[in-house]
Write a protein that binds this ligand. Structure first.
Ligand code: NAP
Length: 302
């Protein structure tokens, strides 16, 4: 047992799922939840997601050897600034934010010597449901977690954060901060933007009621993520705006081309796009299946 006191700031879907997963493995002596809302914290305790709750930030992080920041990316800067006042010098800080450039910039503004113990992270796992009620001990099983260490990151801090996620069944990889934001703009941020925008556009049409009434499985599949938290996704889109606008531009080009093919009745061109997309999707799904869970999911993984 290496982490004696693990503190989770923000016991929502991701923070709560991590707390449950860690408690299941038994690798931490105590998992403590901090949150801004007493109701959420109490719920986390009632649901036995955490061992203990502490609404006072200074008291929560006192004696912590690892702190996980699991609040929306837009709130991280203020949190880091508060956190810097109370952290023990050797406490490890990691986060789960969906964007990494903005989080690292926020950490650089708030932390000085603490940067050595800061390990930026992002679990590629989630659901459209938010809040502690949606927390799931198995959310990270066989899922990827990307860590984006910065030059200052201490290798031992990195190793321990990696070990924590591996204990939760995740496959951990490392990436440059900028590369993370480029990749995630394409694979996560753009799809969320498209889903929200499609549903919004249809909902503004005069016959929207009639349209949604006949919505079938395809529409539900495509738009599931439009049920995600709007505030969170507003923050994510703005935080990663440069990369998102680049990939949105590429997507717009694709749309313009398929619109032209449809207008011209060019079935060959249209089918070529669809064929290529289907093959690419099958290929990538196959890669996803081959993600292996770490062999060791016991508390020996530290
Ligand atoms: P969530 O279920 O809504 O939980 C967010 C938590 O943060 C709640 O406990 C909330 O407390 C707290 N919070 C919200 N705003 C805050 C603020 N201004 N100051 C302090 N605490 C605040 O969201 P989530 O899905 O777990 O997301 C948490 C983090 O995980 C985000 O950084 C997100 O980018 C990242 N992430 C999400 C997913 C996903 O699929 N959802 C996947 C990977 C990573 P209250 O109850 O008081 O509102």
């Amino acid at each position: 047992m290496i982490v004696k006191r693990l503190v989770i700031l923000g016991v929502g879907l991701i923070g709560g799922s991590l707390a449950l997963a860690v408690r299941k493995t038994g690798v931490c002596q105590q998992v403590v939840g901090w949150g801004r809302s007493p109701g959420t914290l109490q719920r986390a305790l009632d649901l036995q997601v955490v061992d203990a709750i502490e609404p006072n930030l200074a008291a929560a992080v006192r004696g912590a050897d690892m702190v996980v920041v699991a609040i929306p990316p837009g709130a991280m800067q203020g949190m880091f600034q508060e956190l810097a006042k109370y952290l023990a010098p050797d406490a490890i800080v990691t986060d789960v934010g969906s964007t990494k450039g903005s989080v690292v910039a926020a950490a650089r503004m708030a932390f000085t010597t603490e940067l050595a113990h800061f390990v930026p992270g992002h679990p590629i796992a989630g659901k459209e449901n938010s809040g502690v009620e949606a927390a799931d001990a198995d959310l990270f099983q066989r899922k990827r977690v990307i860590l984006t260490p910065i030059p200052e990151t201490n290798p031992e801090a990195l190793r321990r954060v990696r070990a924590l996620w591996e204990c939760c069944g995740a496959e951990v990889s490392e990436m440059e901060v900028e590369h993370h934001d480029t990749v995630l703009a394409a694979t996560s941020h753009l799809p969320h933007l498209l889903a929200f925008t499609l549903v919004d556009a249809l909902a503004h049409m005069d016959d929207s009621w009639e349209i949604f009434r006949y919505a079938a499985g395809g529409f539900r599949d495509f738009t599931r993520i439009a049920s995600s938290d709007p505030v969170m996704w507003r923050d994510i889109c703005l935080a990663n705006r440069t990369e998102l606008l680049t990939v949105l531009g590429r997507y717009n080009e694709g749309l313009t081309q398929v619109a032209a093919a449809i207008a011209a009745g060019d079935g060959t061109r249209l089918q070529a796009v669809f064929d290529h997309a289907r093959k690419a999707r099958e290929h990538f799904l196959q890669l996803e299946v081959t993600v292996q869970a770490p062999k060791n999911t016991s508390n020996r993984c530290f």
